[in-house]
Design a protein around this ligand. Structure first.
Ligand SMILES: [Zn+2]
Length: 82
């Protein structure tokens, strides 16, 4: 029910579009921590793919999703949910 995930996906979308600034990076990382796995990494990825399709971009390379999954896992493990 939290809208934060959508925003995190939005930020990740811009990551594909341009270089990721430290500020965007920080915002995503902050969200991942608060969200603890970000609504399940799989769902996050699904939303991102949908967003990409909606905006008419070509599919990003699978490596991106792998690093994305790693980031989410890492952040989730970093700080146990309160
Ligand atoms: Zn989330």
């Amino acid at each position: 029910m939290s809208g934060g995930c959508d925003h995190a996906v939005e930020h990740m979308y811009y990551y594909l579009d341009s270089e990721m600034t430290w500020y965007r990076r920080m915002r995503i990382r902050r969200h991942l921590r608060r969200c603890g796995g970000c609504c399940d990494a799989y769902e996050f990825e699904t939303r991102l793919k949908k967003l990409i399709r909606e905006r008419g971009r070509s599919e990003p390379p699978p490596e991106l999703f792998e690093s994305l999954r790693a980031l989410i896992r890492q952040e989730a493990a970093d700080e146990p949910e309160a």
